[in-house]
Design a binder for this molecule. Structure first.
Ligand code: ADP
Ligand code: 5GP
Length: 209
């Protein structure tokens, strides 16, 4: 029998480097990155269907009604949601799935799927966080203030996560996340099917009780 894939949830304040880390991680290993639906407008350079599925508020409400989301949240005045069926299908098929979502969404996923791996990305300092958001050049002055103020509240939620990774350099942060994932794959509870199915019959089922 195939082991289930991991559900890896990366979150943290805006500007902490989630997107950058995800991209670097995907260049090194095979993961399935969930593409969220959002009601926000596309930014320059974003690709529909790859960065997000851009939908109207009406369409978003219908998806909520149809129970199409694993989780959804309102973040900075826009709605964001993780399409449920694709992610579940991949996990059941043994593929590791990454969600890059906000803290409210991550906590909802944790309630319903506690066996997920919850990783909080922290900036090296609040000053550096501010510099990075400004440096990204994606926000208006107003949106910058909103995101920066929220960041002060959001870092308090780090204690709800399984792991905290400080994004000092991208290389180090990615390497830490790879180590976390390797260790999670070796957890005895995740290895059960593999061990029981092994040709040598390493263990009998009762040893797992
Ligand atoms: P998030 O997805 O968490 O909002 P981003 O990945 O967009 O954050 O990163 C915010 C900005 O910081 C981007 O301009 C990115 O290039 C930069 N950045 C991310 N990680 C680092 C790092 N380790 N060192 C320096 N700049 C970084
Ligand atoms: P941005 O507008 O910068 O792309 O994203 C804003 C915030 O929404 C980020 O913290 C991002 O991680 C989060 N986000 C993106 N997709 C989802 C999602 O599907 N669900 C939730 N809850 N948050 C999301």
């Amino acid at each position: 029998m195939k082991n289930k894939g991991l559900l890896i949830v990366l979150s943290g304040p805006s500007g902490a480097g989630k997107g950058t880390i995800c991209k670097a991680l995907l260049n090194r290993q095979k993961f399935w990155l969930s593409v969220s639906a959002t009601t926000r407008q596309p930014r320059a350079g974003e690709i529909s269907g790859k960065s997000y599925h851009y939908i109207t508020r009406e369409q978003f409400k219908n998806k909520i009604k149809n129970d199409d989301f694993l989780e959804y949240a309102e973040v900075y005045g826009n709605f964001y949601g993780t399409p449920k069926s694709a992610a579940i299908e991949k996990i059941e098929n043994g593929e590791d799935v990454i969600l890059e979502i906000d803290i409210q969404g991550a906590l909802k996923v944790k309630e319903n799927y506690p066996e997920g791996v919850f990783i909080f990305i922290l900036p090296p300092s609040m000053e550096e966080l501010r510099n990075r958001i400004i440096g990204r050049g994606s926000e208006t002055a107003e949106s910058l203030v909103t995101r920066f103020k929220s960041a002060y509240q959001e870092v308090n939620y780090v204690s709800k996560y399984n792991y905290a990774v400080i994004n000092d350099t991208v290389e180090e942060a990615v390497s830490k996340i790879e180590s976390i994932i390797s260790a999670e794959r070796c957890r005895v509870d995740r290895m059960k099917d593999k061990i029981l199915d092994s040709k040598e019959g390493l263990l009998h089922e009762q040893f797992y009780d």
